[in-house]
Design a protein around this ligand. Structure first.
Ligand SMILES: C[S@@+](CC[C@H](N)C(=O)[O-])C[C@H]1O[C@@H](n2cnc3c(N)ncnc32)[C@H](O)[C@@H]1O
Length: 341
């Protein structure tokens, strides 16, 4: 594994201690037929945030026990799971064997993935890289791994939940408990992991800088018939009134098809590590500006620890999967009303 960022090392150690507690849940999820999202297990059938995945190459970043990859494989996708924690991958391997469902599992940080550029049609994360990695790092990696026109779909906590959760980690209340400006890295007194959360404007900016246009943002509402959850950071009542989780779907710009043979890194990293990769797309200026139509600038007082940009080369193989109308201008669809109840 290439050199890890300090928070990646920290989170790997944290997840090594947590993994045994997640094995039973993983076994239950692997046995289920229908994909669902987040702590309230909202069915994908009611959400509709996944593209048709049959025939797609999918990389799950921070796959954990890889039940999402299993669900996608059963729908005809070719998943590759990436996770930094060996103990989580061990559970995934055990369940692969039990279900006779094999796909590659790679132990690596989603901030520096040892896979070539432009090999995937869909990058995915549910509470994986989307929560535990620095946003610009893992989203930059997702952009590099995707073919032009590929999609990034991920679930993480809604910023509103973070704003209503006090620094002591007590359950979210109906009051704002912290500043939005400057929110970025979160640590809790009763938990050892390091999380990252961005306000919406910042997330749209990070996605735009990596070459993505936002297609949809679905704020999840707890269904009335949701099963109980093991998590205690939010109540069922709160989650029925406000979104505690959200799903983003973004699309990498469709770009020129000329391959140049070598990747050019144009990232600027500071700090102790740099992802050993490059973004992989050369866009015409029109395409690039389309991709960035989505970008809202919502600068807070806080400095970003590092910046990324996208440049480089064309796809190694053409994007597969269903043909999708070429992106024109980006739209952010708040689809809270579509959540199942
Ligand atoms: C809550 S699990 C989410 C995955 C999956 N949905 C599940 O529940 O099994 C979080 C996962 O993120 C992984 N993770 C944390 N930091 C990571 C990093 N830098 N790169 C890759 N995976 C990471 C952890 O090892 C853990 O397996």
């Amino acid at each position: 594994m290439s050199e890890l960022t300090p928070h990646a090392r920290h989170n790997r150690d944290y997840w090594t201690t947590q993994a045994p507690d997640y094995a039973a849940q993983a076994r239950r999820h692997w046995a289920e037929a229908e994909p669902h999202w987040g702590i309230w297990e909202v069915p994908e059938a009611d959400v509709g945030m996944l593209p048709a995945v049959d025939g797609l190459d999918v990389v799950e970043l921070g796959c954990g026990t890889a039940y999402w990859s299993a669900w996608l494989a059963r729908r005809g996708a070719r998943p590759v799971g990436v996770d930094i924690t060996e103990a989580q991958l061990a559970t995934a391997r055990e369940l692969q064997a039990e279900h006779a469902l094999a796909f590659p599992l790679i132990r690596a940080s989603a901030e520096a993935v040892p896979l070539p550029d432009a090999g995937f049609d869909l990058a995915f994360s549910e509470y994986g890289a989307s929560l535990w990695c620095e946003p610009a790092r893992w989203i930059g990696e997702a952009a590099r791994l995707l073919r032009p026109g590929g999609r990034l779909v991920f679930l993480t906590n809604a910023p509103l939940l973070m704003l209503c959760t006090a620094p002591d980690g007590a359950r979210a209340t109906e009051r704002l408990a912290r500043d939005q400006f400057g929110m970025y890295r979160f640590e809790w007194p009763d938990e050892d992991g390091i999380e990252f959360h961005l306000p919406h404007g910042e997330m749209i900016r990070v996605l735009g800088e990596a070459g993505f246009a936002v297609e949809a943002l679905h704020e999840l509402r707890r269904p009335e018939d949701a099963p109980p959850t093991r998590y205690d950071f939010v109540t069922p009542e709160w989650s029925s009134r406000w979104p505690c989780e959200e799903i983003w779907r973004a699309r990498k710009a469709q770009c020129g098809s000329q391959a140049s043979g070598s990747a050019t890194s144009s990232r600027t990293c500071s700090g102790s590590s740099s992802a050993a990769t490059s973004a992989s797309v050369t866009c015409s200026s029109t395409e690039r500006s389309e991709a960035r139509t989505a970008t809202q600038t919502s600068r807070s007082g806080s400095e970003r620890p590092w910046k990324s940009s996208v440049s480089g080369r064309a796809p190694l193989t053409p994007a597969s999967g269903p043909s999708i109308a070429r992106m024109t201008s980006a739209s952010v669809i708040s689809a809270a009303g579509r959540a199942s109840r």
